[in-house]
Design a binder for this molecule. Structure first.
Ligand code: ADP
Ligand code: MG
Ligand code: MG
Length: 917
């Protein structure tokens, strides 16, 4: 038995299918699937991703069996097509296409029209009676082969491609705009000049032997798996580097044979809004790459999409083809049950499908499609929930321009130009004209608008670093639009009015000049480009939430958002709480769906108004009496804060942490502040100075902080407990239910918690007696140092709940200070020592391993011990999934991440359920 490396598709039957993406890549698997569905696909075959792995592990060699299998498949293709590879009479031409399991649009290489040489081009010419067409294919092929396979690229970035350079010269000479206007003789001349260029620069001859061409192209496609832009793309999108690409070899169909030919791309729904309308672009008399390359701005596929009455849609120019395409769209939509991104080519009035894949979409579209498809009974609620990326939810909450400011900008003639609205949202920033500049400026903290004639895959890092992306050319499916949309960037493309001059770092628009560093504002929802800075404001969804209109709002996005999150709440078992310190934050979190407060940092309120004076006085007092005097001033203020929070929370649990940070964080450092404080406290300046110095710590994060403060100064804990309980009693007397949970930070030894618990209990009993009312309260602890986790069984004897403080726990488990990690973080990520920043994504193995121990030990003492997490990780989807798996009761995160956590928690529950069944 030989191992199968090559999978054939053609004539209504395929060896593979859509399930085989890992082996055949997404493109190959879907070409097979479409073939099986009876959709017209040019026949061909796929070399598996296994070969890519083999190729890299074996010094860029192939397994010995491969050649014979490729030869067989090629013979089969020849007989199906009735043409022969390299035949001077009726040559078979093929494309050699990359295609990995996860789609990486435009990142890897493809070669078209392969099989042409000085002989076969004559055959093609005779056969078609079309010299222009034959040489158009040949010149495209030589240029693509020279670039992709032989590696002839511009010497420097931002220089025009050397092949394009010659082509431009030819267009100038003829005084024409488009390649399609060049006569056959010019194209013939181009071929020769390209060949000369290759010989001169690369010191090789352009190969005439089709087999040599084929293996060259196959090697180049495998090689493109590891080109810098593909690597960068994988890093940004967390695609594993060892998956590899497949290679698809497919019979060519020609969209460049004349006016009854063309090529296009489309989405089965609008990828920006999610509306159920066909969306796409096409070009007459062109080959595939012309559409995405932005050489000519393509025309809309249908009348519905036309903005300019002078353009002609496919629906108008080729109505029958458009109807066939509509039919294919319907079938693909039904079959794949999701929005598809398609490529097609029309050869002499016949439609051919060249690709289908799940289409990238904005957050808006993602929501709309998921919700629509549930309403139409196409997918289940659970499927819908699994399809929406929790991180994309943030996009729905992204800012828009303040309408008044925008109106004013329009009135003051700040509107510079209008392009296509490829990526919604509002962005304002300073202009740069290259991706490396964008990266550099962004690193200095600047907000950036990246302006390019057209972006290319090399630009993705710079795009990532920018607030917004603006291009002069290209359509809604151009690289900038596709990638920008996926990154969630504000993006305006095809803004033809821009004349960009890279050399001088400026652009002109009519009579206006914009220089590098000038401010621009982009409205990605309308496509408008403004000079200057326009203030932004919350998104539509956010506005409805913030204004509390809720049920009365007729905003469709808001309705979809609420509906989907409602389904998420039905599915999830993990609670979603919030970290909030002030009543207004709490209100916002509740509007986002928070079910409790997992962390109130009391010290955040210490900086308000003149409170800091009392705090400083407390810290700098020499004795208990002095401290108590200062604390007595703080008590009523803290109490009012807590009352505000309790009132808003209406009986939902509120976890309040006792004082945590190192005290010197509150101390004055400026001379004049110290003088004032000394005056207020009636002590000599020198004494105060000395006291401040004595509080200095070498390593404050591991110093006198957390419960250590309350142990040394019990009056602090006592005051806080008293403030919490007095607030609770008073609010309860107002008729509002209250559930305070008092949380002791940084406990590593059960005796620490016992000590603090005694202080809290005593204060609580005293308060409740004084108020003559009982308020149920709990005392628990944060688990944020390794010893706390390892002795969780003992700690659980005293604690009524645990909350993982994973920020500190990550610091202490890694032995890395969070404040200093920035110095080596990027090196660690670059060297792949860490897969991700452990302060952002929970380290499930190390920190998470310790959490599992703590959960297991804690519950061995108290089986129903309530356990949550209140570190930053509580709002990060993969960490939320982990928390669900280890059986936490809730996650707590900042208000804005509450919706993300709700969805992530639902996905975690669904994933677990699916894994079990
Ligand atoms: P990418 O992954 O960058 O989209 P593709 O392999 O899909 O690369 O090919 C690039 C372009 O060439 C696409 O527009 C595609 O439709 C076109 N193309 C690929 N193969 C053929 C073919 N056999 N006949 C005609 N056009 C093709
Ligand atoms: Mg493609
Ligand atoms: Mg902490």
């Amino acid at each position: 038995m030989v191992h199968q490396y090559v999978y054939f598709f053609g004539d209504g039957k395929a060896d593979g299918n859509a399930q085989m993406k890992g082996l055949l890549g997404g493109k190959g698997a879907n070409l097979a699937e479409m073939t099986n569905l009876g959709i017209p696909v040019p026949p061909g075959f796929t070399i598996t991703t296994e070969i890519c792995g083999y190729y890299y592990e074996n010094n860029l060699q192939y397994p010995p069996d491969l050649k014979a299998q490729v030869d067989d498949a090629l013979r089969r293709l020849e007989s199906l097509m009735g043409r022969k590879f390299g035949d001077p009479e009726a040559p078979l031409l093929v494309s050699v296409r990359s295609g990995a399991a996860s789609s990486m649009p435009g990142m890897m290489d493809t070669v078209l029209n392969l099989g042409l040489n000085d002989q076969t081009v004559l055959g093609l010419m005779k056969e078609t009676q079309d010299e222009r067409f034959a040489y158009d294919c040949y010149r495209r092929f030589v240029a693509m082969y020279g670039d992709v396979v032989l590696g002839l690229k511009p010497a420097q970035k931002d220089q025009t491609d050397p092949f394009e350079h010659i082509l431009e010269e030819m267009r100038k000479r003829r005084n024409v705009h488009f390649d399609s206007e060049l006569p056959a003789s010019d194209l013939k001349e181009l071929v020769e000049r390209y060949k000369t260029l290759i010989r001169a620069h690369m010191d090789v001859m352009f190969p005439q032997d089709p087999m040599e061409q084929l293996w060259g192209a196959i090697g180049a496609v495998f090689g493109s798996w590891n080109n810098p832009r593909a690597i960068a793309y994988r890093e940004l999108n967390n695609i594993p580097a060892d998956m590899g690409t497949a290679v698809n070899i497919q019979a060519m169909v020609f969209g460049n044979m004349g006016e009854d030919c063309g090529t296009g791309v489309g989405f089965t729904r609008n990828p920006a809004t999610g509306e159920n309308v066909f969306y796409g672009e096409y070009l007459i008399n062109a080959q595939g790459e012309d559409v995405v390359a932005g050489i000519r701005t393509p025309q809309p596929i249908n009348k519905a999409q036309k903005t300019d009455p002078n353009t002609l849609s496919l629906e108008e120019t080729m109505p029958e083809i458009y109807q066939q395409l509509e039919e294919v769209r319907r079938r693909l939509g039904r079959h794949y049950r999701d929005m598809q991104d398609i490529e097609f080519t029309i050869q002499k009035g016949k439609l051919w499908m060249l690709q289908t894949r799940t289409g990238k979409r904005t957050a808006f579209a993602s929501f709309k499609i998921a919700v629509d498809m549930v309403r139409a009974n196409i997918i289940t609620k659970e499927e819908a929930l699994m399809r929406v990326d929790p991180d994309q939810l943030n996009q729905l909450l992204r800012p828009v321009f303040d309408p008044k400011a925008k109106e004013a900008a329009v009135k003051s003639k700040a509107l510079l130009a209008k392009g296509l609205n490829a990526g919604p949202g509002a962005a304002t920033g300073r202009v740069v004209f290259s991706a490396p500049d964008a990266e550099q400026w962004a690193a200095k903290g600047e907000k950036i608008i990246l302006v390019r004639v057209e972006t290319s895959p090399e630009d993705i890092r710079g795009m990532h670093a920018s607030q917004g992306i603006l291009t002069a050319r290209g359509g809604m499916t151009s690289h900038a639009a596709l990638v920008g949309r996926q990154m969630g960037k504000v993006c305006v493309v095809g803004c033809n009015a821009l004349e960009i001059e890279y050399r001088t770092h400026r652009m002109t628009v009519g009579d206006r000049i914009i220089r590098e560093g000038d401010w621009l504002s982009l409205d990605g929802t309308t496509g408008e480009v403004f000079v200057g800075q326009i203030p932004t404001q919350p998104s539509e969804v956010l506005s409805v939430i913030l204004e509390g209109k809720g049920a009365t709002s007729d905003s469709q996005v808001y309705q979809d958002y609420m509906e989907l999150l409602g389904w998420a709440d039905e599915c999830r078992t993990l609670g979603v709480w919030t970290n909030a310190d002030q009543p207004n934050q709490v209100e916002m979190a509740l509007a986002f769906g928070a079910e409790g407060i997992g962390l109130t940092r009391t010290e955040h309120m210490f900086f308000e108004g003149d409170r800091i004076d009392a705090v400083r006085e407390m810290i700098l007092s020499d004795d208990v009496e002095g401290r108590k005097r200062a604390l007595a001033k703080l008590l009523p203020m803290q109490k009012e804060d807590f009352k505000g929070i309790f009132r808003v929370m209406q009986g939902k649990p509120v976890t309040i942490r006792t004082l945590d940070p190192p005290l010197h964080e509150f101390l004055p450092h400026e001379e004049k502040d110290i003088e004032k404080l000394a005056h207020d406290m009636w002590v000599p300046v020198e004494r105060l100075q000395a006291k401040i110095e004595s509080l200095h710590e070498v390593n404050p994060m591991l110093g006198h902080r957390g419960c250590r403060l309350g142990i040394v100064f019990p009056e602090i804990t006592e005051m806080q407990a008293q403030a919490i309980m007095e607030a609770a009693c008073e609010v309860k007397k107002e008729g509002i239910d209250v559930h305070p949970e008092i949380m002791i930070p940084l406990v590593g030894h059960v005796a620490e918690l016992k000590n603090q618990r005694a202080v809290v209990d005593a204060a609580a009993q005293e308060v409740m007696k004084r108020y003559e009312i009982q308020v149920p309260y709990r005392v628990g602890t944060m688990i944020e140092v390794p010893r706390g986790a390892l002795t969780a069984d003992a700690i659980a004897e005293v604690a009524e709940f645990f909350s993982f403080g994973t920020n500190d726990l990550t610091q202490t488990v890694f032995g890395i200070s969070r404040d200093d990690a920035g110095r080596f973080l990027s090196d660690y990520l670059g060297a792949r020592i860490w897969e991700s920043d452990p302060f952002e994504k929970l380290d499930q193995v190390g920190v998470g391993g310790l959490m599992e121990i703590a959960v297991q030990k804690g519950r061995s003492t108290k089986p129903d011990l309530k356990i949550g997490i209140c570190g930053e990780h509580g709002g990060e989807p993969s960490s939320v999934d982990f928390c669900h798996r280890i059986g936490l009761n809730y996650v707590s995160c900042s208000p804005y991440r509450v919706p993300v956590a709700r969805l992530a928690a639902a996905q975690a529950a669904i994933r677990q359920k699916n894994a079990k069944s």
